[in-house]
Design a protein around this ligand. Structure first.
Ligand code: AMP
Ligand code: MG
Length: 337
């Protein structure tokens, strides 16, 4: 019944090229943030890769919802806490992302995440009574902020799982800039950032097929961009023949089940790409395209359950399909606003 696939954007081809062909690149791999982290950098000076690993693990210690002593876990346990300057700033940014996405992203979804058994406990379908009793706890307006002091009203609890990896990616990019690493690939599960070039060309980031065949579905050539994918295939379980994934609609309390198989958001900022990939996944196709029409400061790859794909016009020339017969729609922002 329990199944689990590790979330990561499919970049094997890329890594083979890196590992076999070119010794100027150094690679570090480790497990953190409940996923495999892979960082490849060209000519990293000194111990920058060790610093990168420490950075990721230090943020995990602060932001994890399950690790004892993390600021988020302590806030959930006590209901009120003055957070460190940095975590408080991230919390405020996260609350602004909840507002911007009209609650499709909602960092107070944790009571529901727990009830479905994601992150802790056994994965199971909660009873409708349990869901009805938990829904009033969920809602980012239940978080009150005074300076860096946060209070959780109505017994709500926080989970930064939808944004933390993107935020940490941005910190890794900063670390590399400060240490003069120009060309690098960072992959924290479904969160990828490609800095600079690979062999003088844009990096070719493969997007994993969400249909469980282990292949790349498509690729996109990019430089200095975050590429963040959300999909129910990343963490899920099956009960009575139905699949339940880890992204939950805060309005209904139930795992999202719409036309999307996966949503990839591409942009300059890892935090926002991470927030938006989760939020667009919750919104579904019509609302997600409306949101793009209104905001438009990002690109996307939407892989539908029916095997078709829709991409934003900004990545049209950089995009390629593994199977050229895949139905493809290019969405122009001007058609949506
Ligand atoms: P991501 O993989 O970035 O799409 O984030 C999914 C994770 O965020 C889940 O594993 C949950 O911990 C949490 N989550 C689930 N649904 C939501 C939601 N609607 N808003 C915010 N966080 C969510
Ligand atoms: Mg996310």
């Amino acid at each position: 019944m329990k199944k689990r696939l590790f979330p990561f954007v499919f970049i094997c081809v890329l890594f083979c090229a890196v590992l076999c062909g070119c010794t100027r690149y150094e690679l570090t791999e480790f497990f953190a943030l409940d996923t495999f982290v892979t960082i490849t950098a060209e000519k990293p000076n000194g111990d920058v890769l060790k610093k990168a690993e420490k950075l990721v693990k230090d943020y995990e210690d602060k932001l994890s919802v399950t690790k004892d002593g993390s600021e988020i876990k302590r806030l959930n346990e006590s209901g009120t806490l003055t957070l460190s300057e940095e975590v408080a700033a991230l919390m405020k940014l996260s609350l602004s992302a909840c507002e911007r996405t009209d609650g499709a992203l909602d960092i107070t979804v944790y009571p529901l995440v727990k009830a479905w058994g994601f992150t802790v406990g056994e994965k199971k379908v909660p009873s409708s009574e349990e869901l009805s009793s938990l829904l009033p706890l969920v809602g980012y307006e239940n978080v009150t902020v005074t300076g860096n002091a946060f209070t959780l009203e109505n017994g709500t609890e926080l989970d930064l799982g939808a944004v933390a990896k993107g935020y940490i990616t941005d910190k890794l990019v900063k670390l590399f800039k400060e240490n003069d690493v120009k060309n690098a690939l960072i992959s924290l599960g479904g969160n990828v950032y490609v800095a600079g070039k690979y062999g003088g060309r844009d990096w070719n980031v493969g997007i994993k097929s969400p249909f469980g065949d282990g292949k790349a579905f498509c690729g996109v050539k990019l430089s200095d961009k975050a590429v963040v994918t959300s999909g129910q295939y990343q963490r899920f379980f099956e009960e009575n023949g139905k699949v339940y994934g880890h992204i939950i609609d805060p309005a209904t309390g139930v795992p999202v089940d719409n036309e999307f198989s996966s949503v990839t958001v591409i942009g300059e900022n890892g935090f926002w790409c991470d927030a938006l990939s989760t939020a667009l996944f919750v919104m579904g196709k019509d609302k997600a395209l409306e949101f793009y029409g209104e905001h438009g400061d990002f690109d996307f790859i939407l892989i539908m359950k029916d095997g078709s794909v829709a991409i934003s016009e900004g990545i049209k020339d950089a995009f390629s399909l593994a199977d050229e017969n895949t139905p493809l729609t290019v969405i122009k922002r001007s058609d949506k606003n």
